[in-house]
Design a protein around this ligand. Structure first.
Ligand SMILES: Cc1ncc(COP(=O)(O)O)c(C=O)c1O
Length: 485
């Protein structure tokens, strides 16, 4: 398929040209420079991990109690930030400093206290409003969508963009676009172990019963097994067979097949291009729209869009993105363009999130991050080297991983790009949960992914993290593994 050139005059403005007249005023610029310099001086005081300061624990405890009272439950970690940090290091309200390898689950990809992001937010704060909407908006809303379309349309027919304020709402928009195109076809095809957000619809499609406990189930979902590397080509044949069975069983009743090209919550699972091509071709033959949920993958594989990295652009009808971009979006082809009235809402995104997003995306686009030799590929290679070395030296923490049907796997290092995983303790949930708490105490914040086996999950700040930063992180990890064994 020939990529369609967008009709909009994309890339015509730099972010700075979009600013309010006040933000361009020389004295105001001087004041912003001063603030950004002060921010950097404050951030530079943070040089490495440290324990809580005197009295810090009581302060943290008091805030945690307040948080527990308003939320009716405690959080996963005893975490409340101080609003200060530097790069991959974050300061907590107790004065302790930790390596942040999860970043709000993949949001703060230029880390903490970044001068460029803060400058963009300060400039955006001088706009006449806080939130932009679908009735009234400023040029930055348009430029944000243009940037996404320009990147996406290089290798796909994606041509239009609807901006939203969460990944879940981007997915809601995507589902509606697909359903309308297919005249309300009631069924959705999804992968086992997928995650899509927490709205009523997305909680039903996501493959985690705990997230839809007590909800009315009214979305009909057919699950297809994701790629299994132990089975190789046979896995592709099996998934294709399942898909064809679904199509045979319910002809004309599917509004879409939603793909996560790298499964996020499901375990940082990857698959080769041929796996997706086989399934997407079958969708095309049955006139089933292909929706690519890139909320977690967006920005962090070897291209800005994972579909580009995998060479799948020709098949994509709809894409949803979020997290790293600060504002979220649903992109679709001209052919999928819905009727007026389907997509709207009071808010699109805040002016600050649009400017922060523009700043982040232009830096990722222009800063040598992508491609086989880009910064993201190099960081991933450094992670693999450190992880392989740890596994080799401390094999006792990395027994074979238990898989369904009593199978075992020796593969304990995985993921792609800025999505990195490690599987200690055979992938046992409780032991990894304990490791996470010990890691937190020792100075590294990470998280879990997978549904069994479970994995240690890192979403490091790819914009600022260097391979050398992995050294102290792995030193702490080794100590925490020892403590958890
Ligand atoms: C693949 C995927 N889709 C959708 C979402 C939902 O995004 P949000 O939490 O911003 O609503 C997530 C969040 O983790 C995700 O990983």
């Amino acid at each position: 398929m020939t990529p369609v050139t967008p009709t909009v005059n994309v890339g015509a403005h730099t972010r700075e040209q979009l600013l309010s007249p006040l933000a361009k005023n020389e004295q105001v610029r001087g004041a912003i420079d001063l603030i950004v310099n002060q921010l950097q001086m404050s951030a530079n005081e943070i040089t490495g991990t440290k324990p809580a300061t005197q009295g810090g624990e009581q302060t943290l405890h008091a805030w945690l109690e307040r948080a527990k009272a308003v939320r009716a439950r405690g959080g996963y970690y005893p975490y409340i930030g101080s609003s200060r940090g530097r790069g991959a290091l974050v300061e907590l309200i107790d004065g302790s400093v930790k390596w942040d390898m999860i970043n709000g689950i993949g949001v703060h990809m230029f880390g903490r206290g970044d001068a460029g992001v803060t400058r963009a937010c300060l400039e955006a704060a001088l706009a006449d409003v806080v939130m932009e909407g679908n009735l009234q908006f400023n040029p930055d809303s348009v430029a944000f969508a243009e940037l996404l379309i320009t990147e996406a349309s290089r290798t796909s027919a994606l041509q239009h963009c609807f901006v939203t304020n969460s990944g879940c709402m981007a997915n809601e928009a995507a589902l509606k676009v697909c359903q309308q195109k297919r005249h309300g076809a009631p069924r959705v095809i999804a992968f086992s172990d997928c995650f899509m957000g927490r709205s009523v619809a997305m909680s039903q499609i996501g493959d985690e019963p705990g997230y839809r406990q007590g909800l009315t189930n009214n979305i009909l979902v057919d699950y297809i097994p994701f790629y299994n590397p132990d089975m190789g080509e046979r896995s592709t044949e099996m998934a294709l067979w399942h898909l064809q069975e679904c199509i045979r069983r319910y002809p004309g009743q599917h509004s879409c097949f939603v793909f996560e090209l790298v499964q996020g919550e499901g375990g940082f699972n990857v698959a080769p291009r041929e796996f997706f091509v086989a399934l997407m071709q079958a969708c095309k033959a049955a006139n089933i729209p292909v929706w690519d949920d890139e909320v977690q993958t967006f920005g962090r594989t070897q291209s800005m869009f994972a579909f580009e990295a995998l060479g799948l652009g020709e098949f994509i009808d709809v894409v949803s993105i979020g997290k790293i971009s600060q504002a979220c979006a649903c992109l679709y082809t001209a052919d999928m363009n819905p009727k007026p009235g389907l997509l709207s809402g009071t808010f699109s995104a805040s002016v600050t999130s649009l400017h922060a997003g523009l700043s982040i995306l232009t830096r990722l686009r222009d800063g040598g991050y992508y491609g086989d030799n880009g910064r993201i590929a190099k960081l991933h290679a450094a992670f693999r080297a450190k992880a392989d070395d740890l596994v080799k030296r401390r094999g006792e923490f990395f027994p074979a991983v238990r898989k369904p049907f009593g199978r075992e796997s020796k593969s304990v290092v995985g993921g792609v790009g800025g999505m990195m995983r490690l599987t200690p303790f055979g992938g046992e949930k409780d032991r990894i949960a304990k490791l996470l708490q010990n890691l937190f105490e020792d100075g590294v914040i990470a998280f879990m992914c997978g549904h069994g086996p479970y994995h240690l999950r890192f979403l490091p700040p790819i914009g600022v993290m260097t391979p050398a930063d992995l050294n102290p992180v792995f030193e702490i990890l080794e100590k925490s593994l020892q403590r958890s064994a």
